[in-house]
Design a protein around this ligand. Structure first.
Ligand code: TEU
Length: 521
């Protein structure tokens, strides 16, 4: 057992978490002011999204200096105070490592001696497209050459074939670990090995070599750390290789299979109805695939995904029940659960009326390209409202006061008007709130080994209304149920009556609308 197998991680997107200086943008000082809130929730690790110097083209995932703090977020001294505050409360800090690409304003990009630290070609060698619309090869007027950017034009891809690049990254990582950081969430780390000839950049030919080399150069000889690889397009089979402790690559991966089930095969904006059996097949595949080797991350939400209760549950009449049910189902799986800021409040998608209400480069670029291509602006806006990343980036809702207590200034993105009812102050005061439900689930993970270490068996795989599974360890068993509909359901599970000890919810196998339950025997 590794320490992270009974841990829960809380993701903070600093821009939207808490603003301490009134400029309308969240900052590290704001996080420091909320450490007791995180300690009360009971999380073990904080994953902090980028706070480094950046032009903010992709809200900080375009880094121009890996070893400093952007003034908008604070200073290295404030960072050290935040780190000490987390450690004093028994929490670890994992920071975002964005090394597939830098900002085009990083000194490396304009350094003539570092031309081969990036992918420069006289003409585009392939027709790769950017994740943020348009071609992935950009003409640089100064040199007349093209450079690769799988994300925005201002995020040129680093050339990991160059050992100087790798050594510079490993040196930077060691610098942060020496400062006391407890690990890294590695942004799109399975894109760093690219083969321009074959057109491969997902899980490329040298990816395992690079990750093992990184592990040797950075983590060797240190303990209690966490390496989480964000890996779009990773399969279960590949994840077994990436997370097998004997291979010393990463501890767990963020995979995207379950958050693509309500999207078409070619575009996240091609929105499809989610079918519960498909969701259960996906989770079941990953639970079975990593049961004997490796480890799962468990998430519904992050800064790139719409709000879970709006997407997978009900954000209307049954919002509280649905938010609790989603938490129960996710947190009682085998793996490390991630709580995204506001998920523990049941925060919802926000009302975006016109394209001017959006901030995210991914959404703005898609809108421009789609409308240019003849799509109806209203149709594109419909997709942005449901699937856009800004849904997760509206400010954390602390109180019912102006701007939800997020800032004393003008927020960089409007606060969701429903903060009047959905906010941390009300939730912490209400023992029956989503917040305290998450706190109880986290306590259960800390106290019942069957949750962290037990095996997993999916039940009722084809049922279109109820998510059901069992866990077992050393004779102790759990039954977990989630009603994914707005109608009451009575469940039949062979060998279970509902008279067993109810860990979550009331006795009996009847489930109310969007209700989750858990039993132990
Ligand atoms: O996201 C990588 C990634 O795969 C996303 O492009 C995801 O597929 C998309 O956002 C879903 O809509 C990481 C970061 O989490 C994201 O915030 C960055 O924009 C991106 O990398 C580039 O650094």
């Amino acid at each position: 057992m590794s320490w992270f197998q009974s841990a829960v991680v809380y993701q903070i997107y600093p821009r939207s978490f808490a603003d301490s200086d009134g400029d309308g943008i969240g900052d590290l000082g704001g996080v420091i002011g909320r450490l007791d809130y995180l300690a009360e929730l009971g999380v073990d690790v904080v994953w902090l999204s980028p706070f480094y110097p950046s032009p903010q083209d992709d809200n900080g995932y375009d880094i121009s200096d890996y070893q400093d703090v952007d003034p908008v977020f604070g200073t290295l001294e404030v960072f050290d105070e935040l780190l000490a505050g987390l450690h004093a409360r028994g929490m670890k800090l994992v920071i975002d490592l964005v090394v597939n690409h830098t900002s085009d304003e990083h000194p490396w990009f304009r350094d003539p001696a570092k031309r081969d630290w990036y992918w420069w070609r006289k003409t585009p060698p392939n027709d790769w497209r950017s994740f943020f619309s348009g071609p992935a090869w950009e003409l640089d007027p100064e040199s007349g050459e093209y450079y690769l950017h799988l994300f925005s034009r201002k995020q040129p891809d680093l050339n990991w074939e160059n050992p100087e690049v790798r050594e510079a990254i490993y040196s930077m990582m060691r610098w942060w670990l020496d400062r006391g950081v407890d690990g890294f969430r590695m942004d799109v780390i399975n894109l760093i090995s690219k083969d321009l000839a074959t057109g491969v950049y997902f899980n490329g030919p040298r990816i395992h070599e690079f990750l093992h080399e990184m592990h040797e150069a950075v983590f060797e000889g240190r303990s209690g750390l966490l390496a989480v690889g964000e890996m779009p397009n990773v399969s279960v089979e590949e994840a077994r290789l990436y997370t097998d402790p004997a291979r010393r690559e990463v501890d767990m991966v963020f995979q995207f299979e379950h958050v693509a089930l309500d999207q078409g095969p070619d575009s996240k904006w091609d929105i499809r109805a989610l079918e519960l059996p498909a969701l259960k097949r996906s989770f079941g595949r990953w639970q079975a695939g990593l049961a004997d080797v490796g480890w799962n991350s468990l998430y519904w939400d992050n800064h790139d995904q719409p709000r879970a209760v709006s997407r997978f549950g009900d954000d209307g009449e049954h919002r509280v029940a649905a938010a609790k049910m989603l938490a129960t189902v996710l947190h009682l799986h085998r793996g490390t659960p991630y709580v995204y800021q506001g998920e523990e409040l049941g925060m919802t998608n926000a009302p975006f009326n016109t394209i001017e209400d959006f901030r995210d480069i991914e959404s703005l670029n898609h809108y421009a390209e789609a409308v240019e291509g003849g799509a109806s602006p209203d149709d594109v806006l419909l997709a942005l409202r449901k699937m856009g990343r800004d849904n997760a980036r509206t400010p954390m809702q602390w109180t019912s006061a102006r701007h939800a207590g997020f800032t004393s200034g003008e927020p960089w993105i409007p606060v969701n008007p429903n903060h009047a009812a959905i906010n941390a102050e009300a939730a912490v005061a209400d023992p029956d709130s989503v917040f305290h439900h998450y706190r109880r689930l986290i306590e259960l993970r800390h106290s019942l080994p069957v949750i962290a270490r037990g095996d997993f068996t999916m039940r009722l795989p084809d049922d279109e209304r109820v998510y059901a599974f069992t866990r077992s360890l050393d004779g102790e068993e759990l039954l977990v149920l989630g009603n994914f509909t707005g109608d009451p359901v009575v469940v039949e599970i062979e060998g279970w009556t509902g008279a067993e000890e109810a860990l979550i919810g009331s006795p009996g196998l009847a489930l109310g609308p969007w209700e989750g339950k858990a039993f132990r025997r």
